[in-house]
Design a protein around this ligand. Structure first.
Ligand code: AMP
Length: 415
């Protein structure tokens, strides 16, 4: 057994897996560009205060899951546990709002949470996502939801469910939360220990609890936030739904879908796939009209989503997990042929733009042919002592098995 291993909840991405990742990342990139989003990358760590102030102290992330430390200069730092706050920090720091009243940004990045590792749940994981900062209108919500949905559609994800709700504006939520607290307090003994503390601190988060008893109490007793939202908020929600209908995006209005943080408002959504098992959430998102102000900017509406990359990979058919096959496997036999083959491989890459695997283990012809077959090469080029003496090579088509002799001088033209 190796002496050093990856830390619990982290994983290596090996070539087989990573080539699949590259394809996925580039597909996501093109879809984001189609919608006019520009890519943003923020540093791996930020000030701890950024996350405490944005995510809030009543959350599992801030209470239990952040990787935080004090550096040699006494600065309190944290590996980023989510990506919206750093994007908003960058938006404010670089005054992006002054450059364009609407900023459409997307990212593909890793993040860190000290959670209990299990299938589809790591301590370092990757997310892609998008943030549209500046528009208060429902068409922006619909665009964000449609973009997330279309990414999954492009990857042909099966058994996908889009759930959608509105939690209205902050003012109305304060009145609603009082009603919710009163109703939950009546039977608080039925709630799990976590939810009992949530009643006072952050009652809306009881809706996120997976405990069946808590859910049962909510079903039987709790008022739903959607029933409290204003006429305007309802109109906003209905318009976003109408736009999704027109785009042919199926969704389910789940009145229990909430986001528990103060800065969220209006639309909330989640996309799940039952193909994933217990950790079935592909992505989550919604409006966060309060966050920019909470981080020191002027009140600015925004909406976005964040999606787990590992979850997407789990949901994608496994058969895509293979390294791109090379165009050519270059077989050489004998010390002199090796020298010629190495120059030829270089020409085929540089002049012809081919993917070429060069044999460097000096194996037997049979073993080299077997290797060419294993890696799925389209063609092999064989240079042995006879070919070298006659200044030619043999080109073999691996699919048909046919071979032809090509003069060395014509080989780059041939390819
Ligand atoms: P969140 O930032 O918690 O709203 O999560 C957004 C998405 O990231 C989820 O829907 C999951 O797909 C993914 N995700 C969240 N936590 C983890 C984790 N610990 N490991 C892997 N993926 C995760």
């Amino acid at each position: 057994m190796a002496e050093f291993r990856t830390i619990k909840g982290t994983h290596d991405l090996l070539p087989d897996e990573l080539s699949n990742w590259r394809r996925i990342e580039s597909t996501i990139h093109s879809i984001m560009e189609q919608y006019g989003y520009g890519e943003i990358k923020t540093p791996v760590f930020e000030s701890t205060e950024l996350f405490v102030r944005s995510i809030g102290t009543d959350t599992d992330i801030v209470n239990k899951e952040m990787y935080s430390w004090t550096d040699q200069g006494g600065n309190a730092l944290t590996l980023k546990p989510e990506l919206t706050a750093p994007v908003v920090r960058a938006y404010l720091q670089h005054q992006l709002g002054n450059k364009n009243p609407l900023q459409r940004l997307w990212y593909f990045d890793s993040l860190f949470r000290r959670e209990r590792p299990q299938k589809g749940r790591q301590r370092q994981f990757y997310q892609f996502g998008a943030e549209a900062i500046g528009s208060p209108h429902p068409e922006q919500d619909a665009e964000i939801i449609a973009m997330a949905y279309n990414i999954y559609k492009t990857f042909d994800i099966q058994e996908m469910n889009v759930r959608l709700n509105s939690i209205g504006s902050k003012e109305i939520r304060l009145i609603y939360l009082d009603k919710l607290r009163i109703s939950l307090a009546k039977k608080s003994n039925v709630l799990c220990a976590n939810c009992q503390t949530r009643i006072e601190k952050n009652a809306l988060r009881v809706f996120d609890c997976k405990n069946p008893e808590c859910q049962k109490l909510l079903d039987e007793n709790a008022p739903l936030i959607f029933d409290s939202i204003s006429e305007d908020d309802r109109k906003h929600f209905d318009t976003a739904c109408l736009m999704l209908d027109n785009m042919g995006i199926p969704y389910f209005h789940d009145k229990k879908l909430v986001r528990g943080l103060d800065y969220y408002s209006h639309t909330t959504f989640e996309i799940t796939s039952s193909a994933l098992g217990a950790q079935d959430a592909l992505c989550g998102g919604g409006r966060y009209n309060g966050l920019i102000e909470q981080l020191g900017g002027k009140s600015t509406p925004a909406v976005g989503f964040a999606a787990g990359v590992e979850r997407l990979i789990l949901a994608i058919d496994k058969q895509e997990n293979s390294v791109n096959p090379p165009d050519i496997y270059l077989i050489s036999l004998g010390e002199e042929a090796v020298v010629t083959a190495s120059k030829l491989a270089s020409d085929l890459r540089n002049i012809c733009g081919k993917t070429v695997l060069l044999e460097t283990l000096r194996r037997s012809l049979k073993a080299q042919m077997r290797e060419a077959g294993r890696c799925g090469a389209m063609k092999t080029i064989i240079i042995g002592e006879d070919e070298l003496a006659q200044n030619k090579v043999i080109v073999k088509n691996m699919a048909s098995g046919s071979q032809q002799e090509i003069p060395m001088a014509d080989i780059t033209r041939f390819f």
